[in-house]
Design a protein around this ligand. Sequence first.
Ligand code: 5CA
Length: 157
Amino acid sequence: MRLPSAAQRVQDALAALGCGARVREMPETTRTAGEAAAACGCDQGAIVKSLIFRLAGAGGGLLVLTSGTNRVHEKRLGRQLGDRLARADSDFVRATTSYAIGGVPPVGHATPMRVIMDCDLFDHTAIWAAAGTPRAVFPSTPDELAALTGAEVLDVT
Ligand code: 5CA
C-alpha cells in the first residue's frame, strides 16, 4: 500500500536508522493521543506524543517524547535543562520538523534537536508514535525509541 509522502518520509527515516518498523495508515484519525489509542487498541499511556518546544535561551527546538496520558511540567523541565521552555506555534513546528501538528513523528525531522523522553513510557512494552500524518503511526518499544532518537530519559511531569 502506498503511503502519503509525509508518512513515507518517516518510513524512509526509520529505515535509514536501521529500524525495521513499518508505518501504518489507520482508517481512523490518530490526531490526538486518545484517538491514536483507540485506533491502535492500546492504552493511552502507550501513545508517544512528540511535542516541540522552543528553547527560549539557547534558541532552536526541543523534542519531548511524552506518554499520551502525561502533561509536561514546562517550568520544571526548563530548570532541569538550564533553559526556559516556550510554546512552539504551528509555523515553528513545521519549520523545525517539516511536519504539521497532529502528525509530528519522533524521527526524521528537518533540524536535529535535543530529545527528551518521558521515563513513564518505559512502563509499557509496546508503544506507538505518530508517523507524519494525522492517521499514520508506527510501533516501537521504549528502548528502541530511545536509541533511535538519542533521547535523554527524564521525569517530565
Ligand atoms: N498523532 C498524535 C498521537 S501519536 C499526536 O501527534 N499527538 S500529539 O499530542 O503529539 O500532538 C498534538 C500536540 O500538538 C498537542 O498535545 C499539543 O501539545 C500540540 N499542539 C496542538 N495544537 C497546537 C497549536 N495550535 N500550537 C502548538 N502546539 C499545538
